[in-house]
Design a protein around this ligand. Structure first.
Ligand code: IMP
Length: 444
């Protein structure tokens, strides 16, 4: 697709250009924390069902409604819109203690959750021992640690792939559940030798006690693939919500500094049971600059006052762990990689207002390795750790864009920045977020 010049010149208002689509994927194009929560929240208005398709409680989706802040880890963001159905797909790994505490908190804050949350019977459980193993594993790796969220995500997916994971449906069969638990404790003996017998005993007790959720979970379990495909036949609008970002994908990210699932478009099919030909649109969410939390290469990282300013202005602290996020300039190399692996149809740009007073603003347009320009995004980490970004400089707009809802009100310099992104990536921008509140957005 070739974009026409001045694509962003159309004057929009919220809601004016909304297109009803049947099945849409919303995903992160960077290292997570792109502000997907808010975008999903806006798009939920046009949806009947919102599905989380991968990840677990490692995510932290922040939405602000009427000055009230909600951070959702496991429950799909759609829960904040009355009557929408929220589904945890088979691709999600579920920590039941976290899920029910999140639902309880929502209820206490006046959000109706009854009969609105459904879970795939094939989704795997994050068990208490997964978190213990992760803690031991990260410690053992020392300076080569991944910097995970320690929510048990990696070990839970490892068990899934290793074919010893415990699925939601197993909770309904106590005998099978206990048998699987025994099998798991045997398989993990090597880890449990690293902790005291007392700790192993308490871990076993905690793991057995997961059975207490059996009756609570029973009415929520569905075959999500059947449910969703029936919904598609009935022309329902479905939003498939990813957690994390493309550069954290276990195949397409900066491996091994990644999460253990597929936050990409392909992952949406695998994690929901909806086939690829049923997907109507793939939407990428891109922050106007770049952040990363945890370890791993980050070519445009700023270890100077600019980085500090972005962190402060953008409130770049992990919603799940509170860790300060590493901040840097927008990187078109990683974004082109994201556009390709996800076949993005359109982009939502977030946190544009964070750049309001920055001068100058840099955008990485390529990498140099050993003083030579290289093509594309290098998969080999020994190269990625050592690339030198090639920057294009923009003069900052030094004007307030925070809260704007009309494209024509954006400063010309801001429009130039956005048009450059659009043209470089060959993907149209359809939505610009200009603040943390639901209504602070521009539909282009
Ligand atoms: P894990 O998903 O907890 O295994 O962590 C693996 C890597 O993904 C670490 O670098 C985490 O910081 C990162 N990560 C996991 N979830 C998120 C997220 O929601 N936002 C940003 N980074 C994340």
């Amino acid at each position: 697709m070739t974009l026409s010049r001045g694509m962003l010149q159309r004057a929009p208002t919220i809601g004016e250009k909304r297109v009803k689509m049947a099945v849409r994927i919303v995903l992160g194009t960077q290292w997570g924390d792109e502000g997907k929560g808010k975008i999903v929240d806006i798009l939920t208005e046009d949806s009947d069902i919102v599905v989380r398709y991968q990840g677990g409680a490692n995510a932290g989706h922040t939405v602000v409604i009427d000055n009230e802040k909600f951070i959702l880890h496991l429950v799909p963001t759609g829960i904040l819109h009355p009557k929408k159905i929220c589904i945890l797909g088979n691709g999600v790994v579920v920590d039941l203690e976290q899920l029910f505490s999140e639902l309880q908190e929502l209820k206490e804050r006046g959000i109706e959750t009854d009969q609105r949350v459904l879970i795939s019977d094939s989704a795997h459980l994050v068990m208490p021992y997964h978190k213990t193993i992760e803690r031991l594993d990260e410690k053992q790796k020392g300076k080569n640690r991944i910097g995970t969220t320690c929510k048990g995500i990696g070990p839970a997916y490892a068990d899934k792939i290793g074919r010893i994971g415990i699925r939601m449906m197993d909770l309904l069969d106590e005998e099978l559940f206990n048998k699987k638990l025994e099998q798991n404790f045997k398989a993990k003996e090597v880890w449990f030798k690293m902790i005291s017998k007392k700790e192993v005993f308490s871990l076993k007790k905690k793991s057995i006690s997961v059975l207490k959720y059996k009756n609570k979970i029973k009415p929520l379990l569905i075959d999500a693939s059947i449910y969703l495909n029936e919904a598609i036949k009935k022309r329902k609008n479905i939003l498939l919500e990813s957690a994390q970002g493309t550069l954290l994908d276990v195949d397409f990210g900066t491996y091994p500094y990644v999460t253990s699932s597929h936050p990409t478009a392909g992952g949406a099919c695998i994690g929901s049971g909806i086939g690829p030909t049923r997907i109507d649109e793939v939407i990428g969410v891109t922050k106007a600059y770049t952040t990363r939390v945890g370890d791993g290469p980050f070519p445009t990282e700023l270890n100077d006052t600019f980085g500090e300013i972005l962190r402060k202005k953008g409130n770049e602290f992990g919603a799940t762990t509170g860790r300060p996020r590493r901040c840097g300039w927008l990187d078109l190399v990683i974004l082109k990689h994201s556009v390709r692996v996800n076949a993005l149809d359109k982009l939502a740009i977030t946190k544009l207002d964070v750049l309001d007073q920055i001068e100058p603003i840099l955008v990485c347009v390529g990498y140099k390795y050993k003083n030579k320009k290289i093509e594309g995004f290098p998969k080999a980490l020994n190269i990625l750790w050592n690339v030198e970004p090639i920057y294009k400089e923009f003069s900052g707009w030094k004007n307030k864009t925070c809260g704007l809802t009309n494209y024509k009100d954006l400063p010309d310099k801001t429009k130039r920045y956005l048009e450059f992104i659009e043209k470089s990536l060959d993907v149209p921008i359809f939505l610009i977020s200009t603040g943390f509140k639901r209504e602070e957005a521009i539909f282009v």
